[in-house]
Design a protein around this ligand. Sequence first.
Ligand code: DC
Length: 691
Amino acid sequence: MYDIPFLDLPPLVGASGTVQLPGSKSISNRVLLLAGLAAGTTTVHELLDSDDTRVMIDALRALGCGIERDTAHAHTLRVTGLGGRLQVREADLFLGNAGTAMRPLAATLAVLSTLQGGRYTLRGVPRMHERPIGDLVNALRPLGCRIDDLGTPGYPPLALHGAAGGTLALAAPVRVRGDVSSQFLTALLLALPLAARAAGREQDIVIEVEGELISKPYIEITLNLLARFGIVVRNEAWQRFVIPAGSAYVSPGAIAVEGDASSASYFVALGAIAAHGGAPLRIEGVGEGSIQGDIRFVDAAEAMGAQVRRGPGWLEVHRGQWPLKPIHLDCTAIPDAAMTLAVMALFAEGTSRLDGIASWRVKETDRIAAMAAELGKLGATVVAGDDFIEVTPPVGRWRAAAIHTYDDHRMAMCLSLAACHALLPGREADAQPLRILDPKCVAKTFPDYFEALFGVVEAAAVPVIAIDGPTASGKGTLAAAVAAALGYGLLDSGALYRATGLAAVDAGVSPDDEAAVAALAARLPLRFGQGAEAGRTWFDGAKYGPAGREITDELRLESTGLLASRVSALPAVRAALHGLQLSFRRAPGLVADGRDMGTVVFPDAGLKVFLTASAEQRAQRRHKQLISKGIPASIAALRADLEARDRRDTQRTASPLKPAEDAKLLDNSQLGIDESVQQVLAWWQERRPFP
Ligand code: DC
């Protein structure tokens, strides 16, 4: 996950490969609640791990449900439910910005506290307190539920309370509005079965919808999952829903969550725009037979020109018509995925119009206003109304924009597709990077969205920042910190020479045997750790056994540095490592540290920095380092040593140590690491095209 203030996407010019979707948010949170209410233990597979599911899990735990992670399978959770009986009678639940937690938990706890007694407060982030819940409260109060507004009436936070032995007035139909958010109806459908066995009840529970029901596909998900948990609701023309008397939740034992169809929309769109090279973009986790309404987005993408093949649990997308065809669509059924259509409209010949999107205004942010503002920044012409948006692609130049994301995951994900603009005919010269502000907001539903995106795109003009300097100048630390601040990859080229030295020793080859060492360098069996293993390095291959040989610590040894300095003086070795170093240049960008990064390997680097700390300063730093490790050392000796190495390094013929002509010199003798990083980032900002 990119937990940084902004992420710059280079121009994206192609897409192919396979994306594995995370679990559906809508299904995950419904299944969690159902499992938490049912009798028995439910094993949930392929659960989404995100902000919204985390708040639901925390709430269920606070209510006394058993929650157990499967240590072997990160996305499997075992939930032992309450069997409809409250265990914890008082709780203060924080639900973040998760509508899929707030609405159903409000209804559930209102029903249970009225029947069994209890006191609960439900709250969230400030935006959650601006998202309406009044229609749900208004449906519950006539049943006898006691619900207090703790802030603005009609919005969270709420307090729910009741005394043991209470009853619910369920003889008449429960009435709820369906035209603001379908989550109110979903909340009642999930909560009211808990009252279906209340003492003496022989009667079905009937819910009647007032107004035109929006987002019906989400109700379909609810009904489908209720059936999996033993509640078969009769759907009477989307106007009346009947929960049969005597219904009770029963765990299905195990249930697998489908991949998220709304998350799939970004990759379907990416395929329609950028999968032009023969190989399709394959999306796994959702496909034919999906129970999610947003799967219908695929039809809309096809209408705009995408070519899609589908099977159970997968989709394959190719670019078809190009540029795309404009679309005019009522999006009531696919409100979330419709945002992706608004961005696809940038790639269409003509004006697109999306109707039926009033619900955008009450989502994570006012999405109509947000979309209009951000598409406008790119140069598009946007007309926005109460329940529609019209998008005409930019006519003049595409502008390099810094996209605000409004703490809205979908804004970040769908707008990222605008980075494909250089694919439009005649727009190659317009290629610009795209800045996504607060990229980590995708954690709401798709924490690894950008990693997944970078895994399947081909990017043009991937930026490189080259950092070099004499030994012990702190260039490695600086390069790693700059890479982390920008979300860029890191190439520690010295480590490649060090690994080459180790490989020579492993193979029993003399470090001065140029041809033999170069042959080893050309096929270094390196593996770099990912995720939790980031920063660790292995040699892989038959001779190292199945686990490989970890060389992380050995790489850093002084003796390995000496080996590296010998093999790095051999031109054939330098040539052999050239291709490997180039392969590190991947989206979103690269910080490359080492001798010839700015001169030979990446001469087109967007920024070259050369550190020039004095030998005295470097000797003092190295001294401090050694002493802190309990290794005795003298500053004078270290300084003499460094000066000798500087001389050797500057005088050698193969890639001598010298700043690139266009390098920025940074004397960090008097600067802390943070100040050095800030200086490099400031230089980088100056060279970026963002307003
Ligand atoms: O930066 P370092 O200490 O890990 O580098 C080890 C050796 O490799 C050092 O002698 C410099 C050399 N080197 C090189 O010649 N070219 C590079 N791009 C990186 C390192």
